[in-house]
Write a protein that binds this ligand. Sequence first.
Ligand code: PLP
Length: 311
Amino acid sequence: QSIHKDLEEKIARFHQREDAILYASCFDANAGIFEALLTPEDAVLSDELNHASIIDGIRLCKANKYRYKHMDMQDLEAKLKEAQKHRLRLVATDGAFSMDGDIAPLREICQLAQKYDALVFIDECHATGFLGPNGRGTDELLGVMDKVTIINSTLGKALGGAAGGYTTGPKPLIDLLRQRSRPYLFSNSLPPAVVGCASKALDLIMESNAIAQSMAAKTQRFRSKMTAAGFTISGKDHPICPVMLGDARLASVMAEDMLNRGIYVIGFSYPVVPKGKARIRVQISAVHSDEDIDRCVEAFTEVGRKHGALP
Ligand code: PLP
């Protein structure tokens, strides 16, 4: 419908790209892109900790596959050298990694891509709408909006919370996806109510950068206060703040105690994260007030002392 076309146009404008295509989810966008774009003559180089949907999308394509160590630029460079024999090279990475709250070194990735004639693809599910001065995402945060070729992202997280995904990038790529991408061709389009919701969310972010700026300030408040209280927070500058505890049982009982205090945080342990790296993942939201954040830090401090995570 025309509302779908309008939303695609708005998404492209938001990301300052030529065109965009909607999917029912970002899982579908990731499942549909690699097979449509890459042939057995090409190569894809993927961060080892990329999201499952990128891994599955890559599995579906017949390109030569290289997996580089997580955010390891030496390893990426070695793999890019090896991949010079192929026709086309695509580096694929999450913009922000959701388990650790760490941000891909996109400046360095784009430099390497330029040096070794590769395209860059980023999955911005954990960045769109709040990272960067205007909430455009990791590419804006790191000043490489003109160097990243393809962005896949979701409408189901910061942009409304319901469902939907998209690819945005060069027009010839989007034209190709409309003809060849299987989850686009062989599945229903987004329900109109979801389109309306996402469109309004984009309006709010594009009208003013107040939401994006407040997210950055709240994230900083939580991270610095928790660090001062003696906790270790993984990642950097990201509103996903994993409170690292190590022990699975400790993470589970502390999360339960936080819930009893009215604070909804989730404990993660093996096999979702590596053994010995259990954590409680806290997600800062634009609707949290400074008082909410302070109350959360106080509750963590109390619960941490009670269970021996803090002295
Ligand atoms: N990519 C990443 C990095 C994600 O975290 C997720 C969702 O968890 C997806 C893709 C899939 O997004 P969607 O829920 O829109 O299918």
